[in-house]
Structure formats: structure tokens, C-alpha cells
Design a protein around this ligand. Structure first.
Ligand SMILES: Nc1ncnc2c1ncn2[C@@H]1O[C@H](COP(=O)(O)OP(=O)(O)OP(=O)(O)O)[C@@H](O)[C@H]1O
Ligand SMILES: [Mg+2]
Length: 308
């Protein structure tokens, strides 16, 4: 079949039989542009097709927003740790080169996601048991190499993570994926892997415009992954003394109704905990921050009686 790059209009003669059936993106060899790859036959079906959700498999939740400093890592870590406290087996995956999830949990794994994807290590060597029931696939600087590896793939780069992490489908109840700010090949990989999205929206720094732009990008991915759902909007950094906070909160509630989670208040204990390598439940179990994150866990697990 002939594929034409929508950017430089160069044509590529492709042997369709050599392309795995789940591949949906192509990269132009001439101008490096990435574009959706639609098979000649059944093209409309391919566009609508969503990856199979593993029956009885883990819930896969991505904590994501392109804006920085909104509480993604804090939320991913405390959500994962809180679910682990309730007896669930949880895997936390850090897809950010900052490697903050390890720091927040006070651990220093010597390997993580990169070594797992590149087959340098076996799953048991790449996973780090950070707490009882809580395993970490660490991020960090080595992810830069992984991004290059994904970028170099002509086909299927966006499925790299999904193909690797499917080996954990029987092992965990929850897989929580923390993403980096911005929009990079790993973020796209996360969106081709998780089924649910939790979006932290900082009431301090966030404009609704930023959220709308992010949601437009998600909508573009949803064309190829119908199963991914925007499940939770989590307002963070709520400070009742700041009038703007209440205004943004009200607008979000109007827009997202059921998907809205109870807000996480601005709480200095939350910002202190990482320096001690502790979760909020360990560092300040009686604090408003711990209270708010427990409320989030009740909503995500859909168990109103948890921790009571
Ligand atoms: N509710 C809160 N109250 C006070 N401080 C908070 C709260 N939530 C997060 N913080 C602090 O704000 C900073 C940014 O949070 P965090 O690292 O979780 O954001 P992020 O979205 O992951 O950032 P990045 O986009 O850089 O990855 C951290 O120092 C964190 O401890
Ligand atoms: Mg972060």
C-alpha cells in the first residue's frame, strides 16, 4: 500500500503484512513527521478500534496534565500508597525524567522503566518494592534514552509501554502512571496504555484554558483509543482565602459534575513530606492533606467506608 505523509507529501511504499495489527501511527522517513496510519481495508473500523481491556486485569490510571507543578506526582504517589494501604497490590510507574516518585517515597531504585522496556532487566529486577503492596517502576534521566528509542521506531512507537507493561496484567490490582509536564513520546505512550485519566487541576496556577487545550489533545488520541476515559478531575491547591480558587472550582463543578473529586486543600504538610521520603499518611496522618487524599481514595476505589 502507498502511505502519503500529510506534511511533506512524500509517498512510502509499505508492505502492510509486515505491520503488526495494533499499530496506529507512522513516521515519515523524510521529514520525521508522525501521523495516524490507517489501513486501506476497514479503515473506518481501525479508527474506531480500541485496545482490548484485559478482563479482570488491573485498573490503569494515568495522572496527567501538560501543565507543570499542579500536583501530578504528589497525587500519583499518595493515591498509589493509599490504595496499597487498603490491601490492593499497586504498581506506580514514573514516566518523568525528574524521577520524583522515588524521591517522594524516599527510595533509590537502581533501575526502572527504561531497563524494563529495553529488556536489560527482568521484571522482578526492574520493579522496586517501595512499601508493603506498593511497587515502583522508577523514572529518571535514563528515560531520555527511552524517548529516543520510541522516536526512532517507524511504526508502533506509541505502543512501546503498553506492550511492555502488559506482562503485569495479572500481578496488580491498580497501575498508577505519573506523567511529566508537557507532551512528549512517553506521554503519548501513557495515553495508549491507561484506561482512565485523573487530571489534577491546580486552583492556584491553572486556567481553564490550559485544561481545555489538554483535553483537546486527549480527544485527538481518543479517536484511536476509544476506551480511554477522562474519569476524574481533581482540584488541587484549594485555598479558601483566595477568591479565584472558589470561582475556578465552581466552574469546574458545572462542567464536570460526577467526574469531580473533592478538592485537595493547600497544605504545607504535603509539601514537607517529600523531604522526609514519606507519604502524607506516614508524615502527617492527621493533617488536612492526608484527610483529602483519603477522600480521593474512597472515590477512586468506590468504597465510601474505607479508613473510617
Ligand atoms: N496540596 C498541596 N499543598 C501544598 N503543597 C503541595 C500540594 N500538592 C503538591 N504540593 C507541592 O507542590 C510542588 C509540586 O507538586 P508536584 O511535584 O506533585 O507537581 P507535578 O504536577 O508533578 O509537577 P511537574 O509537572 O513538575 O511534574 C511539590 O513541591 C509538592 O510537594
Ligand atoms: Mg511530577
Amino acid at each position: 500500500m502507498i502511505l502519503t505523509c500529510p506534511q511533506c507529501k512524500k509517498q512510502h511504499n509499505i508492505d502492510e503484512r509486515r505491520i503488526p495489527p495494533n499499530v496506529k501511527m507512522a513516521r515519515c522517513k523524510y521529514c520525521e513527521h508522525r501521523f495516524p496510519f490507517v489501513r486501506e481495508e476497514k479503515s473506518s473500523e481501525t479508527l474506531q478500534e480500541a485496545p482490548d481491556k484485559t478482563a479482570g486485569g488491573p485498573r490503569k490510571i494515568g495522572v496527567s496534565l501538560s501543565k507543570g507543578g499542579v500536583g501530578k506526582t504528589t497525587t500519583a504517589v499518595n493515591l498509589a500508597a493509599g490504595l496499597a494501604c487498603t490491601g490492593h497490590k499497586v504498581l506506580l510507574v514514573d514516566t518523568d525524567t525528574q524521577g520524583q516518585d522515588s524521591f517522594m517515597l524516599g527510595v533509590t531504585p537502581r533501575a526502572g522503566l527504561t531497563e524494563l522496556v529495553t529488556d536489560e532487566l527482568e521484571p522482578d529486577e526492574a520493579l522496586f518494592e517501595a512499601r508493603e503492596n506498593l511497587w515502583l517502576l522508577a523514572g529518571g534521566k535514563s528515560l531520555a534514552g527511552l524517548k529516543r528509542l520510541i522516536d526512532r521506531k517507524d511504526f508502533g512507537g506509541e505502543l512501546t509501554m503498553a506492550e511492555t507493561l502488559c506482562k503485569f496484567d495479572k500481578r496488580f490490582d491498580y497501575i498508577i502512571v505519573d506523567t511529566s509536564p508537557g507532551w512528549d513520546p512517553l506521554t503519548v505512550n501513557v495515553l495508549f496504555y491507561v484506561d482512565e485519566l485523573l487530571i489534577p487541576v491546580s486552583l492556584e496556577v491553572m486556567t481553564l484554558q490550559g485544561l481545555v487545550e489538554f483535553l483537546n489533545s486527549i480527544a485527538a488520541i481518543q479517536k484511536y483509543r476509544k476506551n480511554i476515559s477522562l474519569r476524574y478531575i481533581l482540584p488541587t491547591f484549594l485555598d479558601k482565602r483566595v477568591r479565584k480558587s472558589e470561582g475556578v472550582l465552581g466552574k469546574l463543578t458545572d462542567l464536570y459534575g460526577e467526574r469531580m473529586c473533592s478538592p485537595i486543600r493547600y497544605n504545607v504538610r504535603i509539601s514537607e513530606a517529600p523531604a522526609y521520603g514519606q507519604t502524607i499518611y506516614e508524615y502527617a496522618p492527621g493533617s488536612p492533606g492526608a484527610h483529602d487524599y483519603r477522600e480521593l481514595i474512597r472515590k477512586v476505589a468506590d468504597k465510601p467506608g474505607l479508613f473510617k
